[in-house]
Ligand binder design. Structure first.
Ligand code: SF4
Length: 509
């Protein structure tokens, strides 16, 4: 197996940096569907550019390089212990090269292992088969979309949909509810893997397994194929849209499996994946581990750019320039829908930093600043750090803490994705601050806007993604989605999409 480690490294790098053709095709379709002048259209243009940039520079498509699941099929007699060893080495090497963010955290101590290895990571599922080759498939699924996975136990009463019974209509209601509850937090447009039946634990496993199916295949089971088609049509009428900004592209795929269940149980398990749907596979020579064939793509077929020359995201000149430290007056003048360009300092802080700031003093002056919910991929070149992927993380996790942080440190803006709740909205109004929405997963696009690292705090204690990074930003584009007057695009979208969901519940799609 002298080539196995190299083959696995190549598989990891390609999966993290180059979306497969079926996902690209669906994203190209989404781009065509949406009006480029809308917020959803602008977000899609940024996402399209980001996908192209990731491929061009072999950089991670998203800074959250995800939880890795390897599905491995081997002929009888292959040494699985040796395979595991080489996969582990390849994962550590890919992390060292900045193709993966250190993403494995000890759940008891909170310590990041720094190399993506640790108890339970990565997941490696082995199976024997009667084919001569080794097959390795890899899915890298990020935290934002993983947090939007959901499981239903039928019969159930679902918000805006009413009663969901133990039949296919009830199952469909659950799946549509899953799309609705994710809004933009899982970086829509998303793709679903669904399992009808099984038990709670295995239902999720089978749902995730559906994400290994190409988005353009047809379910061999007629009933499930019909259900998948109906879900695609109806979910895309809900109006969630890209990043939850509204629009026609909410879902790029729905793949459903059915498994037997206990008479007393009827679970519907949904695995939600984001547009950064990173999944690839290879067939390997079992004698030496060399790659014989790529799955999901043909290397002889050129990768098509999503954004043609001269197209893509364009500044209009109407953007509002923000140069922190920001005054209260400047921030109170902002309104939902304003597009801003940040020039100047930007400081990151996510889960661990929020916890830290509540119990200690901030290690830098946050007065008038913008706190960016982001866990970047960072590379050290000599003595200098550089961000190689730096998109926003889901902000709602900070909802219990953000209002106190805004008050205590005098922040004028927090920035992330997916929006925040009532408590934060009240703090924005009371203290004069706004919520800025960056485009989820656009890690390459935004890394180019972070022109310099000016400082880092808590690196030793919290690890790379959770540390407090201070950047100099240039033309960092974001949208005001919650202002200091109590307006919230997210509230509006919850209301609008709830009304659409109710129509489905009433059988009026
Ligand atoms: S695109 Fe969004 S949900 Fe997907 S991994 Fe990136 S941040 Fe997470």
């Amino acid at each position: 197996m002298e080539f196995l480690k190299e083959s696995m490294l190549e598989l990891i790098i390609q999966t993290s940096t180059n979306l497969p053709p079926d996902v690209r095709n669906e994203m190209a379709r989404a781009l065509k569907t949406e009006n480029p002048g809308t917020q959803a259209g602008q977000a899609l243009a940024i996402i399209g550019e980001n996908i192209d940039m990731a491929y061009n520079d072999e950089g991670p498509v998203c800074q959250d390089t995800g939880f890795m699941t390897f599905k491995i099929k081997t002929p009888v007699g292959v040494n699985q212990i040796e395979m595991k060893k080489q996969i582990i080495e390849a994962v550590a090497e890919a992390t060292k090269r900045g193709k993966l963010r250190p993403n494995s955290v000890d759940s008891l101590t909170g310590k990041n292992s720094g190399n993506n290895l640790g108890s339970g990571t990565p997941v490696m599922e082995f199976e024997q088969w009667e084919e001569p080759d080794l097959e390795v498939r890899l899915l890298c699924k990020g935290g934002g979309c993983e947090n939007k996975n959901i499981q239903y136990s039928l019969p159930a009463t679902l918000e805006h949909l009413g009663q969901a019974d133990r039949d296919l209509e009830g199952v469909k209601k659950c799946i549509l509810h899953a799309v609705w509850q994710a809004q933009g937090m899982g970086c829509a447009p998303g793709a679903l893997g669904v399992c009808i039946g099984s038990d709670r634990a295995h239902g999720y496993v089978l749902a995730k397994e559906q994400l290994f199916r190409p988005l353009d295949d047809t379910n061999p089971n007629y009933t499930l194929a019909k259900l998948e088609k109906e879900v695609m049509e109806e979910a895309n009428r809900l109006g969630v849209g890209t990043m939850g900004f509204g629009g026609k592209a909410s879902l790029i795929g729905c793949k459903i499996a059915a498994a037997n269940r206990l008479p007393a149980s009827f679970f519907v398990s949904v695995a939600y994946d984001c547009w950064a749907f990173r999944r690839l596979g290879v067939l390997l020579d079992p004698s030496n581990g060399a790659i014989r064939k790529w799955l999901y793509r043909d290397p002889n077929w050129p990768v098509e750019r999503l954004i043609k020359e001269g197209e893509g995201f364009k500044l209009t000149g109407r953007e509002i320039i923000l140069e922190p430290p920001l005054s209260e007056e400047k921030v109170r003048a902002l309104e939902v829908g304003d597009v801003v360009l940040i020039n100047g300092p930007l400081v990151t802080g996510r889960d661990a930093v929020h916890h830290y700031l509540l119990h200690h003093n901030a290690p830098c002056d946050l007065h008038g600043q913008i706190l960016y919910h982001c866990g970047p991929v960072m590379m050290k070149e000599g003595e200098q750090w550089r961000a190689t992927a730096a998109g926003p993380t889901t902000s709602i996790r900070e909802e219990p803490y953000e209002a106190d942080i805004i008050e205590r440190y005098g922040l004028r803006a927090v920035m992330g994705k997916g929006g925040m709740g009532k408590k934060t909205s009240e703090a924005l109004q009371k203290f004069g601050a706004v919520y800025l929405h960056a485009i989820g997963g656009a890690a390459q696009f935004y890394a180019r806007c972070l022109v310099r690292v000016t400082g880092v705090h808590l690196l030793e204690e919290l690890g790379v993604p959770e540390a407090m990074w201070q950047f100099e930003a240039r033309d960092f584009v974001a949208i005001v989605t919650m202002d200091a007057h109590g307006n919230s695009l997210h509230e509006d979208m919850w209301s609008a999409t709830s009304a659409e969901l109710e129509k489905v519940g009433a059988g009026g799609t």
